[in-house]
Design a protein around this ligand. Structure first.
Ligand code: PLP
Length: 436
């Protein structure tokens, strides 16, 4: 039998054999060896609620039995075949994807599958360039779109950028971060300002036309920044005025996570031209992709675009099973109900503890911004780390985000129950009290 490595041995081997940029959470990192729906277990058998879904990737639950069965059945039959040959799974899945994307935009019909969100970002940008014949882009500050060169250039946080010759022609505008908007502005005035900024950037910093604007409907790594309801409508109108496409990065917000809606952008009443997907789409299998309109897709005619594992039969089988169980168990509705329970609990805590600056988000995509003082709003990153540590000791794994590292991210799998929600809130309070 294979010898089990201790956490210390794993840590030492990580230092020796993995790039030093590979980071971990916690003063004493946890070794997770087993997953079961919304729960994970460490190497000592301790059970945790995975309230961060392994970085927002487990959508329908760790090792969801119905999803596993279908992936394993496919694995036993044919593990890999590329799109150079016909296989039924990829077309079945693409057809289903067009159906679920219908509410976001009935014209979204044509997919391409990748292994990751970064590749999906690259492809979306390529499509936008090919279709519009122009190469300039606008993205939002606080955004995250991946780690390849174009994706890193589009990302609006220095934390996630290295010193590189970035791709030319990418500009950033303010995100709809109302908690940190200039104090004298109302939300509506702030949205006006953001839309004006976009127009000014296009008019003064580009050739006057853009290929696309890319945005996450609710920013994930940026700290669960949830814009005011009219933010995207205003931004979208400016993008269209200057001939650009609107790309919705649904890597975190897709697949029911934001509650009720399949894609996050559906909350904001604008019709994306391209959607990028990853993480929750595969529930733990390397699967990403884009969906776009037939007209935009035509811009790839006569050009070869190939991805060795993109559309692989096992990832297609798993992806299809994920779509089916989201529908079967009404997980998007569950995300709304359970998410609301967490929000209600956190808002009660906010009345008791002034370090909770804001509770925000939708469905099971929630953030709690922690500040040293509610007046100055000075971020509290150490408190954030201490809460995470204490919550882990109490059996709840939380995530964090924002440039300052002061936003707790609560994004458990969509199968999380009301009981779990209550545990998350009570553990949060225990952790907060100890951390203070
Ligand atoms: C919003 C968003 N876009 C893109 C990516 C990149 O995805 P991946 O890590 O699969 O390349 C991520 C996650 O890392 C993300 O959160």
């Amino acid at each position: 039998m294979e010898k089990k490595l201790t956490s210390v041995e794993i840590g030492n081997k990580r230092k020796e054999y993995l790039l030093p940029s590979t980071m971990t959470y916690y003063r004493n990192p946890v070794t997770i060896v087993k997953g079961e729906m919304q729960y994970v277990y460490d190497d000592k058998g301790k059970k945790y609620i995975d309230a961060f879904s392994a970085v927002v990737t487990i959508s329908v639950g760790h090792c969801h039995p119905e999803v596993l069965d279908r992936a394993i059945a496919q694995m036993k039959e044919l593990q890999h075949m590329t799109t150079l040959y016909y296989h039924p799974k990829i077309v079945q899945y693409a057809e289903k994807m067009a159906k679920v994307a219908n509410n976001a935009n009935p014209d979204l019909k044509v997919s391409f599958f990748t292994n990751s969100g970064s590749e999906a970002t690259e492809l979306a940008a390529l499509l936008a360039k090919n279709y519009t014949g122009t190469h300039e882009f606008v993205a939002l500050r606080h955004s995250f779109h991946g780690r390849t060169l174009m994706a890193m250039t589009l990302t609006g946080q220095s934390l996630w950028r290295h010193s590189l010759p970035y791709v030319f022609g990418v500009h950033h505008i303010p995100a709809g971060y109302t908690y940190r908007k200039p104090e004298q502005m109302t939300d509506d005035q702030f949205v006006d300002y953001c839309a004006r900024e976009l127009e000014e950037v296009i008019k003064y910093q580009t050739c006057g036309k853009i290929a696309a604007l890319i945005a996450e409907p609710i920013q994930g790594f940026g700290g669960v920044i949830c814009p005011p309801p009219n933010y995207f409508k205003r931004i979208y109108d400016v993008v269209k005025k200057y001939g650009g496409l609107f790309i919705s990065d649904e890597v975190q917000t897709g697949f029911g996570r934001t509650g009720d809606k399949f894609f996050g952008i559906e909350h904001w009443g604008v019709k994306p031209d391209i959607i990028t997907m990853a993480k929750g789409i595969g529930n733990g299998i390397p699967l990403g992709g884009i969906i776009t309109t037939s007209e935009i897709a035509k811009s790839m005619t006569g050009k070869v675009h190939f991805n060795t594992y993109g559309g692989n039969p096992v990832s297609m089988a798993q992806g299809e099973a994920v779509l089916d169980v989201i529908e079967k168990y009404k997980y998007a509705e569950n995300a709304r109900v359970v998410g609301q329970e967490i929000v209600n609990g956190m808002k009660k805590l906010m009345e008791k503890y002034s370090v909770i600056g804001e509770v925000r988000g939708k469905g099971l995509m929630l953030g709690v911004e922690l500040v040293k003082n509610p007046e100055t709003k000075e971020p509290a990153p150490q408190l954030t780390l201490d809460i995470m540590e204490e919550a882990k000791n109490e059996g709840v794994l939380l995530g964090k985000g924002a440039m300052a590292g002061n936003v707790i991210r609560i994004k458990p799998p969509l199968c999380t129950t009301i009981e779990d929600a209550k545990t998350i809130v009570s553990v949060f309070e225990i952790a907060l009290k100890r951390a203070m």
